[in-house]
Design a protein around this ligand. Structure first.
Ligand code: AMP
Length: 550
């Protein structure tokens, strides 16, 4: 057999440090601005960020950290967190971002599962870390991400280290090492709404490929002319990879720190001329409320990615029509780094009538190169892409996990008998154009008389009612139909809205049999640590609710 001719191109491992090295050399003067935990604005450049990342890598080595060690963070979106990302992964350690909004016991459980050896944290979380420390036996060093002036006078944390002192002790004369691109770079845990959270370990290769794909015009599509403010936290799937894409593209990055209220965000958007953002739907509820209540407009903000939960079409409409902001609806998950699909139109679709365009844009969108998806019935057979057949969604690709950290058994399943697909736990349809529409988490689907009702579709209709602030739909058991939908609504402040008016709003918008059986008005809908509605809790809360006619 003839020997195949090999390509004759240079090869070097796809490492995360290569991203920030590129930014320092080729976007060196571009700014990174942080509204710090200390309250002031901090401003420096990609060149400074890379220098300080090398210094922090030196500091970690001096603390005795070894390749492969898990270095944890409990931190907001700030320049120091960014430096920690690059210092840790760049020196072949593993950056483990922990969500501080989890219950303390969950944080301890996760840190122990990961066997974290160092914990970097923001001053906000000092009381939390002091409380947790006795249950974190693997953590050898605690690093407070601040300067000497802001260190606490007293703390129960023995040998607490100061981030800026560690930094100041190093000269940055450190060359980023080259190593196998399949080495672990980041560790993110799923939110664990059922059972314990599970770790997803991303490699350097998968992270770099994900960043390149995220930067594509039909993905996030940010350029070096953009100013990007990720509202999505760096502790939720690496802020959807933005800290890496930012270096790869070389755009200006604006970090809001802990200041996530409507007023602070609005001032940062305007002050720094932000053009692009990303966040879960609940974030925009807060910001839009503030902007509306104060009669404000955005002067530079033009596009935002919304994902993590279904973006209600009413929110998309308000952003577009009232503020001129284009929404890019995205779907993904921790297990896929997280980007899977984004909603953008091709030339033919962009020439469709406005309502047809809108209908497509409201869906979760098309996959980007690097991932593939399929929907299957309960028998594992692939379903047609007709926009109607709803099935279990599976994915595979360069940045999809093939196993969970510390779990030897494979989570993968088959499509048409071919193995190697990750079951997402989501249910959806795919249309002829390849647009995915998520109809539900499989456990949230309402199974009524042998048919499925999409809770997301009902929520989207309720959210279009002008008096509704937030809406969730859950299944309640029903003696005749198995399950029927209950609509749980938070009204906007000061409005009158009755059960009959709310249910009447569904008439003509959806098939009669899919209209919820009842409405419960509540002051608040519970959310998870990543901003998703906690339907498990709602089902618990309403388990004794009597639907009419039973
Ligand atoms: P997480 O791993 O915390 O990012 O959660 C991933 C899950 O969030 C997915 O499996 C979906 O159930 C849900 N999700 C993410 N984006 C969307 C979206 N655009 N629409 C509906 N559900 C979404």
């Amino acid at each position: 057999m003839a020997t195949p001719l090999m390509g004759q191109m240079m090869t070097s491992p796809l490492t995360i440090s290569s991203l920030i090295t590129h930014a320092a050399r080729h976007a060196g003067a571009t700014e990174i601005v942080t509204k710090r935990v200390e309250g002031d604005l901090h401003r420096y450049t990609w060149r400074d960020a890379e220098q300080r990342s090398r210094q922090m890598a030196q500091a970690l080595l001096k603390l005795g950290c070894q390749p492969g060690e898990r270095i944890a963070t409990l931190a907001w979106n700030t320049h120091r967190h960014l430096e920690t990302y690059y210092a840790v992964a760049g020196s072949q350690m593993v950056i483990h971002t922990i969500n501080p909004r989890l219950f303390p016991e969950q944080i301890a459980w996760i840190a122990n599962d990961a066997q974290d050896s160092v914990l970097f944290f923001d001053a906000t979380f000092l009381p939390l870390v002091e409380k947790l420390a006795p249950s974190l036996p693997s953590v050898r060093h605690f690093v407070l991400m601040t300067d000497r002036a802001h260190m606490p006078a007293e703390t129960s944390l023995k040998g607490l280290l100061c981030f800026e002192e560690l930094m100041a002790a190093e000269d940055g004369r450190y060359a980023w090492p080259e190593f196998d691109e399949n080495s672990a770079a980041c560790l993110c845990y799923t939110s664990g709404t059922t059972g314990n959270p599970k770790g997803a370990v991303y490699s350097h290769r998968s992270s770099v490929l994900h960043s390149m794909a995220a930067a594509l015009p039909d993905a996030m599509g940010c350029s070096a002319r953009d100013v990007v403010l990720p509202v999505v936290p760096m502790f939720h799937v690496n802020a959807w990879g933005i800290p890496y894409t930012a270096a790869l593209v070389g755009f200006k990055l604006v970090m809001p720190g802990p200041h996530l209220d409507g007023k602070s965000l609005y001032e940062l958007f305007e002050g720094e001329k932000v053009t692009f953002s990303a966040g879960v739907p609940t974030v925009w509820l807060g910001l839009l409320n503030y902007v509306k209540a104060n009669g404000l407009k955005f002067s530079t903000f033009k596009r935002t990615v919304i994902g993590g939960s279904a973006c209600p079409p009413a929110m998309m409409k308000a952003l577009k029509e009232d503020y001129g902001i284009e929404v890019i609806h995205a779907w993904g998950m921790t297990e896929m780094s997280p980007l899977g699909t984004l909603s953008k139109l091709n030339a033919r679709q962009a020439a469709l009538p406005a309502d047809e365009q809108q209908h497509l844009l409201e869906k979760q969108g098309k996959v980007i190169w690097g991932v593939d998806m399929a929907i299957v019935g309960d028998d594992g057979r692939e379903l047609p892409w007709d926009g109607q057949s709803a099935g279990n969604l599976l994915v595979r690709g360069h940045w999809v996990i093939d196993r969970y950290y510390n779990h030897p058994e494979s989570p993968l399943a088959s499509v048409d008998g071919k193995p190697g697909w990750f079951p997402t736990g989501d249910v959806g349809t795919i249309d002829q154009d390849g647009f995915l529409q998520i109809t539900d988490r499989s456990k949230d689907v309402i199974k009524s008389g042998g048919e499925w009702i999409s809770s997301i579709e009902l929520e989207n209709i309720a959210m279009a009612h002008p008096d509704v602030f937030e809406a969730a739909v859950i299944a309640l058991p029903h003696p005749k139909w198995d399950e029927r939908p209950l609509l749980v609504v938070v009204k906007k402040p000061g409005v009158e809205l009755t059960r009959e008016q709310m249910l009447g709003f569904f008439e003509g918008r959806i098939a009669r049999w899919q209209i919820p059986d009842d409405v419960a008005f509540v002051a608040e809908i519970p959310h998870t640590a990543t901003g998703k509605m906690q339907k498990l809790k709602l089902r618990e809360q309403f388990k004794d609710h009597k639907l009419p006619g039973i």
